[in-house]
Ligand binder design. Structure first.
Ligand code: SAH
Ligand code: SF4
Length: 350
């Protein structure tokens, strides 16, 4: 019997010993299947640019990493990738990139949103993951056709947040929380999440992270292991990290525990899981996740979007990759809901 009544119960589940893992994953999957079913929704991930105004201490595309080769996709690249996602019946896409808020960029995103909506007869769902913006920008992008937004809190512990970000107004914990509130008020289906296995992070912090997502009434969650990048300041602590396998296990425990805590949210099996283990995303599904984000960024630029090292890369066409994914999803007892937006049930709840 697994029930969650308080933070201590969450901590205990996150520390689940290997011999009880199977039970934890089984209960999470049962809870998912009973509440929202066993459908897996796809979001084609388009990494539109790796230029960023910010300097998060963990991220490989931070502004101060002068060895990152910067790129910006062309209109055609983005729209072609979106049309490919539409034709392959992915149902929806995510436009993700480094953070920029200059007027030219804001307008460019508006243009892309309107074009993609028009060229897919309003049928392709669009999520944005473009960082902290003003209320006006969030509204304009919403009015141009985006209906979901992902903004991870990264960690809900303010003092840990300060340790992994530079001490500047651009990297304020308060502002990050405020932006999540703005997104919800704008009407977006709002996603958030954290990195797991950060230096200085405790299991108690992670339990608080899950309670934070619950308190903020988040609809969609993307959580994955922290993966060190050698050209970042946080790399200095890499010797104190949990092993990659421990970070993977802890991430799977986070997914299962969240599923039991809030059964009707969408939970992504993230690329970072797949970076540690080629079957990481499948393991995520078998721990209770229900969303996969296949990377459909044009191949020549995909290699440059290095948030962390060893990000998986394949030359496979989108069509082949999706076919292979469909088979492995079936082996996890799930099936891909092709052509559907896959809105989180949590969002519709009155
Ligand atoms: N610039 C936007 C979106 C791109 S970054 C933003 O920051 O919101 C998307 C996510 O990548 C971040 O939220 C962070 O959680 C994750 N990320 C960045 N560096 C990482 C690392 N070294 N290991 C694991 N995840 C990382
Ligand atoms: Fe920029 Fe996002 Fe990386 Fe921070 S995590 S440096 S905002 S891309």
């Amino acid at each position: 019997m697994i029930t969650i009544n308080n933070k201590e119960d969450i901590v205990a589940l996150l520390q689940c010993p290997p011999e009880r893992e199977e039970e934890l994953y089984r209960v999470a999957v049962e809870s998912r299947n009973k509440t929202i079913g066993n459908a897996v929704y796809l979001r084609g991930l388009i990494e539109i640019s790796n230029t960023c105004e910010k300097d998060c201490l963990y991220c490989g595309i931070r502004k101060s990493n002068s060895s990152a080769q910067r790129y910006l996709l062309s209109d055609k690249d983005v729209i072609d990738a979106a049309l490919e996602a539409y034709e392959q019946k992915l149902g929806s896409i995510v436009l993700q990139g480094g953070e920029r808020s200059d007027p030219k960029y804001v307008l460019w995103i508006e243009h892309l949103l309107k074009e993609i909506k028009k060229q897919t007869n309003e049928r392709l769902g669009i999520t944005l993951s473009l960082g902290e913006q003003s209320e006006d920008t969030y509204k304009r992008w919403f009015d141009s056709g985006a209906h979901r937004y992902l903004l991870r809190i990264e960690t809900s512990n303010e003092s840990l947040y300060k340790k992994i970000h530079p001490d500047t107004p651009l990297h304020s914990f308060y502002q990050r929380v405020k932006c999540i509130e703005l997104l919800k008020a704008c009407g977006y289906q709002t996603g958030s999440g954290v990195m797991i296995g950060l230096p200085f992070q405790t299991v108690s912090d992670l339990a608080d992270d899950l309670l934070f997502l619950q308190k903020m009434d988040i609809d969609m969650v993307g959580m994955g292991p922290y993966l060190e990048h050698p050209n970042t300041p946080l790399y200095a602590h890499h010797k104190q990290l949990l092993s990659l396998q421990e970070r993977l296990r802890l991430s799977l425990h986070m997914i299962s525990t969240l599923r039991i805590l809030i059964p009707d949210v969408n939970i992504a099996a993230t690329t970072a899981l797949q970076t540690i283990d080629p079957l990481g995303r499948e393991k995520g599904l078998m721990a209770g996740a229900n969303v996969i984000m296949p990377n459909i960024t044009p191949a020549q630029d995909r290699k440059k979007y290095n948030l962390y090292q060893n990000k998986p890369f394949s030359e496979e066409s989108t069509e082949d990759a999706i076919q292979r994914l469909a088979q492995s999803v079936e082996r996890c007892g799930c099936s891909i809901a092709f052509g559907q937006w896959g809105d989180p049930q949590h969002f519709r709840r009155p």
